[in-house]
Ligand binder design. Structure first.
Ligand code: 23J
Ligand code: MN
Length: 262
């Protein structure tokens, strides 16, 4: 690789020929977190407390203490998050090589189907249908499931009913196709989890978590602005906080998109 590639990249970003799309929701106490059945431990919402605001507590400075979970807001899932990934090498956020955080991204647009069916499933057939239009998913790709779910807020986001949450996600076969046949880097969604709302009813329960993390792959959840990405050709950057033994982390997810798509 020549140095001019990086020089060209910097000037194209400065000129707006390459566009940076922010795929991150704002951390806010009102943003929903996953709600598990009541017998399980629960994830904390984001909280912010003022330390000082240019006042007697600190006359020339303002700052906050924040509280959150590793899995609050737009966040990254590491292999150690799931029991299937507990013995995967370098399975926590502090151990993952930084090269793994950057890669090409394929966006599978399921937004029309998800608008009609809250429980829309990403199956191998849906993925292969996408590939006939956009080409084969390259090895090492981030694959994102676009549903436009990020445009929902409040109760509609979790979409809780008597029998639990309802939101789209991959079937066990769908996620295994991406892992076994396409050797993806990771899988991301606009919903609260990489799994469907009803994902606890599959075999195994939560198949995206189970198979992704067992194979050393990563998850991204609560993504936004996927409607601003082309189906192929963008580069995703998702670098979690370096938390010792962390199973995941809130993060800023960015995509570089070339001008002809922007
Ligand atoms: C714990 C248990 C089940 C699920 C999750 C966490 C997540 O979605 C998460 O944030 O990783 S489905
Ligand atoms: Mn998570």
């Amino acid at each position: 690789m020549s140095q001019s590639t990086l020089t060209d990249l910097a000037s194209q970003i400065a000129a707006g020929d390459i566009h940076i799309v922010d795929l991150t929701h704002t951390l806010d106490p009102d943003f929903p977190v996953i709600i598990l059945p009541p017998e399980f431990g629960q994830c904390a919402r984001f909280r912010m407390e003022e330390i000082s605001a240019y006042d007697h507590r600190g006359p020339a400075w303002k700052w906050h203490n924040i509280t959150l979970s590793e899995h609050t807001g737009t966040h990254f899932d590491a292999p150690s998050h799931w029991i299937s990934g507990r013995d995967v090498p370098n399975n926590s956020v502090d151990e993952i090589a930084p090269e793994m955080f950057v890669g090409p991204v394929c966006v599978i647009d399921c937004s029309v189907d998800a608008a009609k069916d809250d429980d829309f499933e990403l199956t191998p057939e849906v993925i292969q249908d996408w590939e006939t239009k956009h080409g084969k998913i390259p090895k090492g790709a981030w694959v994102l499931m676009r549903t436009d779910w990020s445009k929902k807020s409040g109760a509609a986001y979790l979409n809780m009913r008597e029998d639990g949450p309802h939101s789209p996600g991959p079937t066990p076969d769908g996620i295994r196709f991406l892992i076994d046949k396409r050797e993806i880097r990771g899988f991301g969604t606009e919903t609260i989890g990489t799994d469907a709302g009803q994902g606890s009813h599959y075999t195994p329960p939560y198949p995206a978590h189970y198979f992704l993390h067992g194979a050393g792959k990563y998850g991204l959840q609560c993504l936004a602005n996927l409607d601003q990405l082309p189906p192929t050709g963008a580069i995703l950057m998702a670098a979690p906080l370096k938390i010792r033994n962390g199973t995941g982390s809130p993060l800023r997810v960015l995509a570089m998109v070339s001008g002809e798509n922007a």
